[in-house]
Ligand binder design. Structure first.
Ligand code: PMP
Length: 407
């Protein structure tokens, strides 16, 4: 089924905006997506109509807000096909979800000398939390490299695994290269050695149908704001057995069962990991966003975005001096590139003046830039509301910029 882009664009009022007198062309969706009216309405309605702190109140409003928050958990569960709602932990986003695992899994399951495997294409949020763990446990990071096209060398994984390996943490889709990694294959190899796998799904969840049971991942993290939801809310999925096994990340209200000065016992899942007042308005708005995506159909969105990716790759490749950073056969959602020796920042600035929003820089993936020996790239990333006409505007903008620099 093809999706009705015109109708979808009507749901995103910001897309009507003009920037420097030019119609906005928004290609910075990997950083954050725009929000449909229904999501903004849920936030407004939440605060106007259904605002009370959840879980502890006997009064009507508190119960209503609690029900909305717990219904949102079920929506997330169904969206990523988790077995249980209590395997869904609300966090501030992918970053907090990975920090939670790095800390709680790290201190409980890792000893000095143990190893964690990550990849060369990780976002800083799947590198730095493990380095922070190094100040508590003397663990070693092992790295799965990628080749010159940005394809992960999964055939090297076996040789990186040994009896000290405690966890493999990989991105599903690279935010700097666009590469989609073969998670099932990685999980199969890891589980053969009884090693759990954490997947950073920040860039996959908006573009690919996620089934955590089919992927058989042990932990899966994603951010609401990258899938048309609000900022400040995200998700950590963890298999029940792992969430039971690892200790709380933060202490405070909500996460306790009983507190005395001598000893505290912890609440059941998932509340054990949700210390303090959660973003219950954010969780309900995230559920609205996921319902919005489900109504359009993630497969339909994927097909449309794949066509955009294909069209953009073909058009951009005709530009003199075009160099793609990341040419894996299996890519999703974005294109990273450089043109001649134009600095990405300069190109981004000129495109901005033409109303085109792209991201420039290292995209919080400095090891990727180091591998290509570059400072950064220009990144155009797509969402369900983007069109081929917008790609034509981007291509014309880049051509105009290259002429300016050649002069
Ligand atoms: N991982 C990847 C692959 C990302 O692209 C991002 C966001 N750029 C993150 C993690 C971090 O997400 P957040 O800032 O929403 O926590």
């Amino acid at each position: 089924m093809t999706i009705n882009i015109e109708k979808i664009r009507e749901d995103f009022p910001i897309l009507k905006k003009e920037v420097y007198g030019k119609p906005l062309v928004y290609f910075d969706n990997a950083a954050t997506t725009q929000k449909p009216t229904c999501v903004v309405d849920t936030i407004v309605k939440g605060y106007y109509d259904c605002n009370a702190n959840i879980h502890r109140g006997v009064h009507f409003l508190s119960q209503q807000a609690t029900e909305a928050h717990e219904a949102a958990r079920k929506t997330v569960q169904q969206f990523i096909h988790a077995q249980h709602a209590h395997e869904i932990v609300f966090t501030r986003g992918t970053t907090e979800a990975i920090n939670l695992v790095a800390h709680s899994f790290g201190i409980s399951q890792c000893s000095d000398g143990d190893e964690i495997i990550i990849t060369q294409m990780e976002h800083h949020s799947n590198i730095v939390p493990w380095q922070l763990l190094q100040s508590i446990r003397n663990i070693r990071l092992r790295i799965i490299p990628f080749d010159e096209k940005g394809v992960l060398q999964v055939n090297q994984l076996e040789s990186l695994i040994n009896e000290k390996t405690k966890l493999i943490a990989v991105s599903h889709v690279s935010n700097a290269l666009g590469t989609t990694n073969p998670i099932k294959e990685i999980v199969r190899i890891a589980h053969n050695h009884d090693i759990p796998v954490l997947v950073d799904g920040a860039q996959s969840t908006p573009h690919i149908s996620i089934d955590v049971q089919d992927l058989d991942v042990d932990f899966f993290a994603f951010s609401g704001h990258k899938i048309y939801g609000p900022t400040g809310i995200g998700v950590l999925y963890g298999k029940e057995k792992w969430l039971e096994k690892i200790p709380p990340y933060q202490g405070g209200g909500e996460m306790i069962h009983k507190v005395t000065f001598e000893k505290t016992t912890f609440n059941e899942l998932p509340f054990k990991f949700e210390a303090g007042t959660p973003d219950y308005i954010g969780s309900t708005a995230l559920a609205t966003a996921l319902d919005y995506v489900s109504n359009i159909g993630i497969e339909n969105i994927a097909q449309h975005e794949h066509e955009l990716l294909h069209y953009a790759t073909e058009k951009l490749s005709q530009i003199d001096g075009m160099r793609f950073i990341g040419e894996a056969a299996s890519k999703s959602g974005l294109i990273s590139f450089l043109v001649g020796n134009i600095h990405p920042y300069d190109l981004g600035t000129i495109l901005d003046k033409l109303g085109i929003a792209v991201r420039t820089g290292h995209h919080c993936a400095e090891p990727v830039m180091q591998a290509f020996n570059i400072e950064g790239t220009v990144r155009a990333s797509f969402a369900m509301y983007n069109t081929k006409e917008e790609i034509d505007i981007l291509v014309a903008g880049i051509e105009r910029a290259t002429k300016m620099f050649r002069r």
